[in-house]
Design a protein around this ligand. Structure first.
Ligand code: 3PG
Ligand code: MG
Length: 397
């Protein structure tokens, strides 16, 4: 699956109305944006189109409203985008109809406008052709810069690319390049680190990865399910014991595909799930009945780091322990810093993604040192599952 997308290099935007789908689904508290990463990511595309004399019309969703809901308005986000961009961003109260049309027609070349939440209309999530037509009236060209929403086949992420000339924005382009280097056409050996709480949410992902990577490190709560499945006692640890057969199937599939599975060999244990809880590290075959594993132990970290040393490419999704409550962040932080150092030394291509993963890498202070960190949650997971993303496929056509 190589790129073959039209990018902004092929787009003639001067004097054109350019509908740009961005992901502005940013965390907000009391009307203020608390993490502007997604805003920062789309600035290059906005600036480029604006500098080339295009009229930038931003389309985005926010939250999961059922119909129009002032609590899910993008208006405060328009102000935040404007601040980060250093340029006025106009706002229209609706993404179709008269309000939108008027706002668009008053745009001069190079100016920027954000339209209200596309999900205020049911046609968005239904990818309703009539709604697509209403949106399409507002633009001459369509640019999708929202990889993180590309797993949705919605009007603004998929439908529009079918009716207007479509191009990948710079962030979409960077994301697709990074993902190609990570898994589609990686430099081998490839190691994947998958963590997080539950196997149940990542079965498809694990099954796909074992056929693609040379080694798979399993950490976090989901490792307990595997440890339990192999017949060991995990005490009071979080584990999905009903998924033992699934875990064994994944292990078997890995064996057939020649993928090494690396499970923890020790665990940092405590009596309770609490920051600063009194803790002790035990071998994985000696986890006490009345304690729970909250992080991988130092011997496991050594094994993981050794696997990273053997790899040319690393794909990472999910923390190795309960990183949000110190000191159970240590395993994740140590492995993340090691991967960052290998990347800095030019020895490793490192691609990471997923909500918790970004938070964990930020916490470890290494986000800048990874080759690529995706802000996508669901879209990154579906990509790891080997699924085609509708928003990406529509751009290929
Ligand atoms: C996200 O925040 O993951 C994307 O913006 C997609 O949002 P959704 O999960 O509500 O479709
Ligand atoms: Mg989501």
């Amino acid at each position: 699956m190589m790129t073959a997308f039209r990018t902004l290099d092929q787009a003639d935007v001067k004097g054109k109305r350019v509908l740009v789908r961005v992901d502005l689904n940013v965390p907000m508290e009391n009307g203020r944006v608390t993490d502007a990463t997604r805003i920062e990511r789309v600035l290059p595309t906005i600036r480029e189109i604006s500098d080339k004399g295009g009229k930038v019309i931003l389309l985005a969703h926010f939250g999961r409203p059922k119909g129009r809901d002032p609590k899910e308005s993008l208006k405060p986000v328009a102000e935040a985008v404007s601040q980060h961009l250093g340029k006025t961003v106009a706002f229209a109260d609706d993404c179709i109809g008269e309000a939108a049309a008027n706002a668009v027609s008053s745009l001069k070349d190079g100016e920027v406008l954000l339209l209200e939440n596309t999900r205020f209309h049911a046609g968005e999530e239904k990818n309703d052709p009539d709604f697509v037509k209403e949106l399409a009236k507002l633009g001459d060209i369509y640019v999708n810069d929202a990889f993180s929403a590309a797993h949705r086949a919605h009007a603004s992420t998929e439908g529009l690319a079918r009716v207007l000339p479509g191009y990948a924005g710079r962030t979409m382009q960077a994301e697709l390049d990074a993902l190609t280097k990570g898994l589609e056409a990686p430099k081998r050996p490839v190691v994947a680190i998958v963590g997080g709480a539950k196997v149940s949410s990542k079965i498809d992902l694990l099954e796909n990865l074992v056929t693609k990577v040379d080694a798979l490190v399993i950490g976090g709560g989901m490792a307990n399910t595997f440890v339990h499945a192999t017949g060991l006692n995990v005490g009071k640890s979080l584990a999905e014991k009903d998924l033992a057969a699934t875990a064994m199937r994944i292990i078997e599939k890995a064996r057939e595909a020649n993928c090494a599975i690396i499970l923890p060999v020790d665990g940092v244990c405590a009596y309770e799930f609490k920051a600063g809880a009194h803790n002790h590290t035990y071998g994985i075959d000696a986890i006490p009945e009345d304690q729970m594993i909250l992080d991988v132990g130092s011997q496991s970290v050594e094994r993981i780091n050794a696997a990273i040393n053997d790899a040319a490419t690393l794909v990472w999704n999910g923390p190795l322990g309960a990183f949000e409550i110190p000191p159970f962040d240590q395993g994740t932080v140590a492995a993340a810093r090691h991967a960052a150092q290998r990347t800095k030394d030019g020895k490793l291509v490192s691609v990471a993604g997923g909500g918790d993963t970004v938070a964990a890498l930020n916490h470890a202070g290494v986000t800048e040192n990874f080759s690529y960190v995706s802000t996508a949650g669901g879209a990154f997971l579906e990509w790891l599952e080997g699924k085609a993303l509708p928003g990406v496929e529509a751009l290929r056509a």
